[in-house]
Design a binder for this molecule. Sequence first.
Ligand code: ADP
Length: 383
Amino acid sequence: MSETIKNAVQDRLSQIAGPDGVGDLVSLKLVSEIFVSDGRVAFSISVPAERAKELEPLREAAETAVLGVAGVEKAMVALTAERVSGGEAAAPAKPQTASAPRRNSAPTERSDGKPGVPGIKHIIAVASGKGGVGKSTTTANLALGLKANGLKVGVMDADIYGPSIPRLFNVSGRPEHVSGRVIKPMEGHGLKIMSMGFLVEEDTPMIWRGPMVISALTQMLREVDWGELDVLVVDMPPGTGDAQLTMAQQVPLAGAVIVSTPQDLALIDARKGLNMFRRVEVPVLGIVENMSYFLCPDCGSRHDIFGHGGARSEAERLDVPFLGEVPLDMAIRETSDSGNPVVVSDPDGAHAAIYRDIAAKVYETIDAPAGADVKAAPKIVFD
Ligand code: ADP
């Protein structure tokens, strides 16, 4: 059955024109090995790194074509690229690894001059250089992993462009006011949760300007009754634009976790993310490689179809810790999309263990005894 599907998938892909409208995906040898299991199909298409955005419709076309094959229920197609050397963000900035992060002496007295949030011991950001790499999924499972390790945890969804934390935790509604302007966070899977998704109508298009970003952040950070937390995990908006830079600078962060897929395409963006935090002197706690490899649900064997390992070597090259690799797995997608991330829906499974391990590494770093200090972050002004 799998073999029949595979042949049919290949057949469909051979009808899709290559990136320049010449030839087809198969004869141009752009398609990776095709994995078929239980009606699920996964493969990658190799494209030049600089054309990734432009070729997104090609990826979508391939996915749609594959979904049209009898017996295919799900398709997962990724664009991959050959390694490109150098690059704008490739030059390692001043090394600032997790071995020497900034420390909080007390929640409200910080060495960087940014006022802390009373009651919250550590605030960490989860960021990615671009969307769709699994940043929010990582945020949710990392936060749940921290909780599973016995910590009091909150999640602040600062992804103002596409807040997905409410969906990941299956929480909706409006937060209640406690007193005055202070609101009560929502709760999901034992965590305190706050998201712009609770404050604005879902389909309201919002154009965020600098001052609005700051006021939304301030509100979520300081006008929410977070209570006592060991860690507040902040889901950052994807990318490295002004809004992200403002957040990285405004929020009193103990450090940042960068999520990347193994593809070089995403890694280039990840490097930009890394450099953004370095610019505002926030320690990078490490890189998580998401959708790292494909674990065949039938045979249990591991397939590195997406060029697995890119993030680990990149982390080494950039002198930041490598926190772990998370496979591309339908269970991760399905549990996230249904509001029961894998750390809570399958706590004894292998995926949950990976996230708990990442969580332990992160916490070990931020809660280590006082280390070196860094200078106050530079002021960034934009309108
Ligand atoms: P981002 O926050 O970077 O935009 P999301 O966390 O929303 O990305 O993930 C994008 C999509 O990919 C979601 O449908 C999510 O369930 C899925 N996804 C994320 N990580 C994995 C994974 N390791 N395996 C399979 N699907 C994943």
